[in-house]
Design a protein around this ligand. Structure first.
Ligand SMILES: Nc1nc2c(ncn2[C@@H]2O[C@H](COP(=O)(O)OP(=O)(O)OP(=O)(O)O)[C@@H](O)[C@H]2O)c(=O)[nH]1
Length: 537
């Protein structure tokens, strides 16, 4: 009989517990480092799952561990430090246990513990809405919009929480006024303790640092200023359930010492980072092209030419001009280090390296690099591909298409009137609402781009024009029924779409032009409709 595979969460908790037990038993410095790495990896895991309360507890534990890191001679740490770390571990494990999806039957619980997957953490998609009576109208508008996107909303009176087995994905506090009163902090802290894995959102805060810090200390994760509330709330909650697909980080190690390579690869593998090593910088360009690393760890001194010279070459090439390069070297001369940074490196790490520091530097640099790369391709308001990226993706799709490809151009109707009547922020929210609907309804292989202000481009491969037409028609129908919350209630919008399929047009430009023509026709025929492009007569 094969045992069910344990969940990713259980794996990480097991690693953390056993590394800590090993350290408590033997008290070795290396074991303490392994324990600190396990805490960091658990924090990252909870962060990916967007479980802010648990991230906070992990970070608290990680900070406490790093404060005691010291060196070989400071271990084992005194008994009182062991006890204090043990208390933090127990609190963390207790909070993790109380945040799991509940089950009424003990056998169910045992089965769930052995077969649980990450899905435990994000289902059901329930949201608690704790609104002051004065904000009932706004809370109702928000509720109906959240329900449209598939959330279960549970309304609760301000100041009281009904006992609920099912812990929510998010808790929204909608207070009567912008200024939180002291007794409210206590109330928020109680909700925080009861729901450690939930995102706590507070609507209607003044834009000043002090009140926001007070709310965060009480346990709030996100504060939303007055004015832009419905849009930001929806965005914040929808973001929580968006699958945050994260490709594995890739690091290229350019290093001629086999011992150093083995140590680096072992350290980074513990953090789930993929590595490739070369010992000759002469092979750099070929490997960069095939491996696409997110960062290079570069030895300073190697045969033939050194790391600084290799970096200078890369910095002259547009595609590698911003790729993070971290030097690893035994060079302790500060003047040399400064010169190496001036010539194109991003950071300098001394050998022998501290594994915790190496992993932290690598991960932070890669996060920033990926973030900046994302921001050049994605539209800031919706997170969809921007105009340039969408056009370029469509070109690739036409080349890859196996006969079936449909392009749709979508434009929100009378959008100027929405802006003029309800204001620009509400207009933005309508745009985001459509973006979310498209993301929720289309497949990962489909292209969804924000082509212009209120115009979207979609491309659907591998289905017939008729199937593509009915998908777009269904989305049109549902968008027209989607309530967009605003401070005075809810409004409704619609869109028109034009679609064109291969082989009617057979290049990206021709497909776009034909779909645009059909969109114009849909507008002429009265809007809120989908039109197919016709063959030229
Ligand atoms: N809120 C908001 N408005 C935008 C954005 N980008 C463009 N707009 C506005 O969108 C409006 C588009 O209006 P028009 O092109 O006249 O078209 P329309 O009112 O949608 O009318 P039809 O397309 O004919 O149904 C303009 O008023 C732009 O200022 C944005 O990012 N946010």
């Amino acid at each position: 009989m094969t045992l069910p595979s344990p969940s990713a969460t259980e794996d990480r908790l097991y690693v953390l517990r056993t590394r800590w037990q090993r350290y408590v038993a033997d008290g070795q410095f290396e074991q303490f480092i392994e324990f600190a790495v396990a805490v960091n990896s658990l924090a990252e895991y909870f962060n990916r799952l967007r479980l802010p309360g648990l991230v906070r507890l992990c970070e608290g534990l990680e900070n406490a561990a790093l404060a005691k890191l010291g060196n070989q001679h400071t271990h084992p740490v005194p008994q009182q430090d062991i006890l204090s770390l043990q208390r933090q571990i127990d609190t963390l494990l207790g909070s993790v246990a109380s945040s799991r999806a509940p089950s009424t039957d003990r056998r169910d619980q045992e089965a769930a513990a052995s077969t649980a997957t990450d899905i435990d953490w994000i289902k059901p998609r329930s949201v608690w809405m704790i609104a002051a009576p004065e904000k009932r109208e706004m809370a109702e508008a928000l509720s109906s919009q959240l329900q449209f996107f598939g959330f279960k909303v549970c309304a609760m009176p301000w100041g009281g929480v009904q006992a609920q087995e099912d812990k929510p994905l998010a808790v929204l506090f909608i207070p009567a006024q912008d200024q939180a009163r002291p007794e409210e902090f206590e109330y928020i802290a109680t909700v925080r303790t009861g729901c450690p894995a939930s995102q706590l959102v507070y609507l209607g805060v003044q834009s000043a640092i002090e009140p926001i810090v007070d709310l965060m200390r009480a346990g709030i994760d996100v504060t939303i200023p007055s004015g832009d509330q419905p849009a930001m709330v929806l965005n914040c909650v929808l973001d929580l359930v968006q699958t945050n697909e994260q490709e594995q980080y890739r690091v290229l190690v350019v290093e001629d010492s086999r011992v150093a390579v083995a140590l680096i690869q072992r350290t980074l593998a513990q953090h789930g980072i993929d590595t490739k090593a070369i010992n000759d910088p002469g092979k750099l360009l070929d490997v960069l092209e095939s491996y696409h690393p997110d960062l290079i760890l570069m030895d300073m001194y190697m045969p033939r030419f050194n790391g600084v010279e290799a970096t200078r070459v890369l910095r002259q090439m547009a595609q590698y001009s911003s790729l993070p390069i971290v030097y690893l070297s035994g060079e302790s001369d500060v003047g040399m280090q400064v010169e190496a940074l001036r010539l194109g490196g991003d950071q300098f790490l001394m050998k022998p390296f501290n594994p915790v520091l190496l992993a932290a530097v690598v991960k932070t640099r890669i996060e920033r690099f990926r973030e900046s790369r994302r921001s050049t391709r994605l539209d800031g308001l919706t997170g969809l591909l921007n105009h340039t990226a969408a056009k370029s993706r469509l070109k690739d799709m036409v080349e890859e298409a196996d006969g079936a490809l449909t392009v749709a151009m979508i434009d929100i109707d009378h959008f100027k009137a929405i802006n003029d009547t309800y204001g620009h922020p509400v207009g933005d929210q309508v745009i985001r609402g459509l973006a979310w609907l498209l993301k929720g309804r289309l497949r990962s292989i489909d292209l969804i781009g924000r082509y212009g202000g209120e115009e979207f481009m979609i491309a659907l491969p591998a289905i017939s024009p008729e199937q593509a037409g009915s998908v777009i028609e269904r989305i049109r129908h549902d968008f027209a029924a989607l309530p967009h919350a605003h401070p005075g209630g809810a409004l409704y919008a619609s869109f028109s779409a034009g679609i064109a399929s291969y082989p009617l047009a057979d290049t990206a430009a021709a497909l776009t032009e034909a779909a645009d023509g059909a969109l114009l026709q849909a507008k002429r025929l009265g809007r809120n409709r989908v039109e197919q492009a016709c063959r030229p007569q």
